[in-house]
Design a protein around this ligand. Structure first.
Ligand code: XMP
Length: 326
């Protein structure tokens, strides 16, 4: 019987064996997998690891701070944050098509990450060192899904840094390859990572970019961020975090409807709440949230978020609907 502590010990020993006294980098997404993978490698090789976090401006409220403050406090990891907000917004300007948005976000992400890796490689070179390894949070189900092959082919497209250019060839370190998600969470807790990271619900790589139906702009992002943050706060306050798989909040940025607030007529945008229950995201049911929770979310969003005058509920299962709207 494997205990979580013994999984940690064995994995840390294996990482030390693989990396030795060489150097590694790891991209953090804000999600649980990359965080736990990085924390394991940090425990194994300490300062020989550098983590890179790309802020693409499509994150939810507080997520950058969670990585920069809470994750660093819990692990002591060397972290480089790349502020690429303007770059992503520029690349997304004028684009409304969902697939095109995903492609742009994926492409820019890889470019920014590669440049960061190159800069770190140059810094290491100046000290007569070289970064030899790339850490990835590949889980056992990812390994199985992609036919058990090893290496870069397993990485989800958004985080895909496989096919790296010649000057950036790394050996892969995949400390979670034998683990299921629940084991990863237990390992994360064992390593002292904050609950907010360990129990974070799934959040797509392209982030809020695929939850704005229409063009992604800075104003729309801040509207959606505010609405999303209220929904998350109220779901947490109601103790529902573990009952739902995730609850995307979607901004219908190209739709307007008439409303009345105070003495005046409004002409604002609707948001959609998309609470789902699921085991693996392959299928999902819409979650029957208590009416009083829905009421609080609706009242707060329409009162507190300028430009949103209507809150709607998505009651579609998957299939036929996907979980995300794009
Ligand atoms: P769909 O919308 O396909 O989503 O029912 C299934 C699950 O996957 C998440 N999702 C993504 N995760 N990159 C990710 O890392 C993506 O591009 C992406 N698209 C969807 C979604 O949040 C849900 O949990």
């Amino acid at each position: 019987q494997w205990t979580t502590a013994s999984i940690v010990d064995e994995t840390v020993a294996a990482i030390r064996e693989q990396i030795g006294d060489r150097r590694a980098i790891c991209g953090l997404s804000g999600g649980v997998d990359s965080a736990v993978a990085a924390a394991l490698v940090q425990r194994a090789i300490g300062d020989q690891l550098t983590c890179v976090f790309v802020d693409h401006g499509l994150l939810r409220a507080g997520e950058r701070a969670q990585v920069e403050r809470d994750f660093v406090a819990a692990t002591g990891v060397n972290l480089v944050t790349i502020d690429a907000v303007d770059r992503f917004l520029g690349a997304l300007s004028g684009v409304a098509d969902p697939e095109e948005k995903r492609k742009i976000i994926g492409r820019e992400f890889i470019r920014v990450f590669e440049q960061a890796a190159r800069d770190l490689q140059a810094e290491a070179g100046a000290e007569g060192e070289h970064i030899d390894f790339l850490v990835q949070g590949t889980l056992y189900p990812d390994v199985v899904e992609s036919g058990g092959g090893s290496g870069a082919a397993n990485i989800k497209s958004h985080h895909n840094v496989g096919g790296l250019p010649d000057d950036l060839q790394f050996g892969l370190v995949e400390p979670l390859r034998a683990l299921f998600k629940d084991e990863v969470r237990r390992v994360g807790l064992e390593l002292g990572l904050p609950e907010t990271i360990v129990h974070r619900q799934p959040f797509p790589g392209p982030g809020l970019g695929i939850r704005i139906i229409g063009e992604v702009t800075a104003d729309r992002l801040s509207t959606l961020r505010a609405a999303d943050s209220i929904a998350r706060e109220e779901l947490t306050a109601a103790g529902l975090d573990r009952d739902i798989w995730q609850c995307p909040v979607v901004l219908l940025a190209d739709v307007r409807s008439v409303g009345v607030q105070g003495d005046g007529r409004t002409y604002g945008h609707p948001v959609v709440l998309r609470p789902v229950s699921s085991e693996d995201a392959m299928t999902a049911d819409w979650t029957r949230l208590p009416y009083d929770v829905l009421e609080r979310i609706s009242t707060r969003i329409t009162n507190e978020v300028a430009d949103v005058n209507r809150v709607t509920l998505d009651v579609t299962s998957k299939p036929p609907g996907t979980i995300e709207w794009e």
